[in-house]
Write a protein that binds this ligand. Structure first.
Ligand SMILES: [Zn+2]
Length: 288
């Protein structure tokens, strides 16, 4: 089903495997000679129980069936077809696409959790099963609470999208020069900033969790990491602590941040390159 606010029968055309990351400029830049990128997604474990890195064809990488072809093209053409210059519209859309991707992933997670419900409640109610059910129920409750907050965030973002009120999201754009070797998209609800100061408690499911979205884009000279967030959020404190980082290891630091924020939805060319590039000539643009 298409996630566009005006979606409906007779309005939408075919739902496509839309890329959550800029398809032509970002993904084409990080493919290897066989047109594959490396990813932790879909998650699977190696013999030591660690997430396995696996090659994925770039056309399949980071796709989700969240929009019909018409709305995907209509909404995201400023990211796909125009040079990224960090305009309010582009940074809003980068956040909006990450929000839709997150909503799509969490909805899928909840659906798979419901399949587990039937499985867990079958059979004898012994102590191990009761513990598994308790753990599973609390996991489901947290997914549902997070999902409801994401839905609310999307309802608000939908209104801004339709009214072209792109300033409704704040943003920080960090640009890098040099070859891009890592790409990602995702959402984070930080409980601490990078200096260790508490931003919010994530324990109480009744509390509104404040989140922000992160996306990698390409620029004329290299790449950009875009953080965007609804104006009332913990975002400003989180990104403020981020931009106090400086020095030669800035690019590597941001590589690590992408893994922290986006987890398994990070795509990359070669792990070793994360440590050395792109060249660390970063310029932060913070708009609030
Ligand atoms: Zn549609």
């Amino acid at each position: 089903m298409c996630l566009h606010p005006n979606a409906g029968a007779g309005v939408c055309n075919k739902v496509i495997s839309a890329h959550s990351i800029q398809r032509s400029s970002v993904l084409e830049r990080i493919v290897d000679s066989s047109n594959h990128v490396l990813s932790f997604y879909p998650p699977s474990l190696d013999t030591a129980g660690r997430l396995k890195i696996q090659p994925v064809g770039w056309r399949e990488a980071s796709t989700f069936t969240g929009f019909c072809a018409k709305h995907d093209s209509l909404v995201f053409h400023p990211l796909e077809r125009e040079e990224f210059r960090g305009t309010e519209r582009q940074t809003f859309l980068a956040g909006y696409r990450a929000l839709c991707h997150e909503l799509f992933q969490r909805s899928a997670s909840l659906r798979s959790g419901r399949v587990m419900d039937d499985f867990l409640h079958a059979g004898r109610a012994d102590r191990i099963q009761a513990l598994a059910i308790k753990f599973h129920d609390s996991f489901n409750a947290s997914v549902e609470a997070g999902l409801e907050q994401l839905r609310e965030c999307k309802r608000s973002a939908d209104e801004h999208l339709l009214n072209e009120e792109y300033s409704a999201f704040s943003s920080m754009v960090i640009t890098f020069s040099g070859e891009l070797c890592i790409a990602s998209t995702g959402a984070v609800s930080p409980h601490q900033d990078f200096a260790g100061a508490e931003l919010q408690s994530l324990q109480n499911l009744e509390e509104r969790i404040q989140g922000l979205f992160c996306t990698t884009l390409t620029t004329k000279d290299g790449g950009a990491v875009v953080f965007s967030w609804p104006r009332t959020s913990a975002g400003p404190k989180f990104v403020s602590s981020l931009i106090t980082k400086s020095g030669d290891d800035l690019a590597s630091f941001f590589g690590a941040v992408l893994f922290y924020v986006c987890g398994k939805h990070v795509l990359f060319a070669f792990l070793v390159e994360i440590a050395v590039g792109p060249s660390a000539s970063a310029a932060g643009v913070f708009s609030e």
